[in-house]
Write a new protein. Structure first.
Ligand code: C2E
Ligand code: MG
Ligand code: MG
Ligand code: MG
Length: 286
């Protein structure tokens, strides 16, 4: 996404923006209705340990099934939820559901180590975020370490001081923090290490470039080595093929998430995968 940083930017309304505004308004009111009608759900994408092939966790990803129009992508409705503040009740709902899901899986003897939930900028700046997350963790009846919150770099940069304090307070609750979409922003890992992240997620664009760009693989490899030397674990996102998998494995990447193993799944399908197929067979390293 294009980002404007400082400078003088001329604002004008093109036909495109007007149409986009109209579409947003329509989506906003539809989204309010959808929440009432329970049209939102969470799908879960398995995260796989590259050494063992075991499913160690899952990322919760919001889905909106509009009866008349099919699936609406979170890339479209999350920004609207952000802008309107609807993300606050939605975010709480997502946290409560994801914690409920991990408890339900464990109760069935299908343990996964953690569930990851995305946290948006608006939520980070919500006054009572810490007591709310604390309360949800208490109600959930799972160890706080079972929850990972994913945040992107752009969320931290508006007010880095505030973000650092808030992340520290979240960590003090016992949960884990993951830096999402790493590499798409402007900051170095050395700088981002000031924030108490346990994990970085290498963005899908870098995974793709491993085999399509000169030095693409070297950049991913160096990122993994640096993250490790800073004491962080590494998840690669959007891994789609065996070739990427092999390269990530030889670079010592810890975990992988992507279509090569599984798309995000409805809870019923996640449950059957954990029951019938909890460990993927890894082809030997080349
Ligand atoms: P994200 O957190 O970076 O999630 C990863 C996205 O990559 C997901 O898109 C996932 O379905 C997609 N993906 C996973 N594996 C592959 C692959 O192998 N190839 C390709 N091409 N894509 C893959 P999705 O589900 O459309 O979500 C988009 C974004 O919406 C997320 O990016 C996240 O920023 C946001 N989002 C989704 N659910 C939530 C939520 O509950 N709360 C908040 N605040 N944001 C959310
Ligand atoms: Mg994420
Ligand atoms: Mg991501
Ligand atoms: Mg993303």
């Amino acid at each position: 996404a294009a980002r404007n940083r400082g400078g003088n930017i001329a604002h004008f309304y093109s036909l495109e923006t007007v149409l986009q505004d109209a579409e947003w308004l329509e989506l906003e009111s539809a989204l309010r209705g959808a929440i009432k009608r329970d049209e939102l759900s969470l799908h879960y994408q398995p995260q796989v340990d590259l050494r063992t092939g075991a499913i160690v966790g899952a990322e919760a990803l919001m889905r909106w099934l509009r009866p008349d129009r099919g699936m609406i992508s979170p890339a479209r409705f999350i920004p609207i939820a952000e802008k309107t503040g609807l993300i606050l009740p939605l975010g709480i709902w997502a946290l409560r559901s994801a914690l409920g899901e991990i408890k339900r899986l464990r109760d069935q003897g299908l343990p996964i180590e953690h569930v990851s939930v995305n946290l948006s900028a608006r939520q980070l700046h919500q006054q009572d975020l810490i007591p709310q997350v604390d309360e949800l963790l208490r109600q959930a009846d799972v160890e706080p370490g079972s929850l990972t919150l994913e945040l992107t770099e752009s969320i931290l940069m508006d007010d880095a001081e505030y973000a650092a304090r808030t992340l520290k307070a979240l960590k003090a609750l016992g949960l884990k923090l993951s830096l999402d979409d790493f590499g798409t922003g402007y900051s170095s890992l050395a700088y981002l290490h000031r924030f108490p992240f346990d994990t970085i997620k290498i963005d899908r664009s870098f995974v793709q470039e491993m085999h399509t760009q000169n030095n693409g693989a070297a950049i991913v490899d160096a990122t993994i080595q640096l993250a490790h030397s800073l004491g962080m674990t590494v998840v690669a996102e959007g891994v789609e093929c065996e070739q990427q998998l092999a390269a990530l494995r030889s670079s010592g990447c810890d975990y992988v998430q992507g279509y090569v193993f599984s798309r995000p799944l409805p809870t019923t399908e996640l449950t059957s995968m954990l029951r019938d197929h909890p460990v993927f067979t890894m082809s030997p390293n080349k």
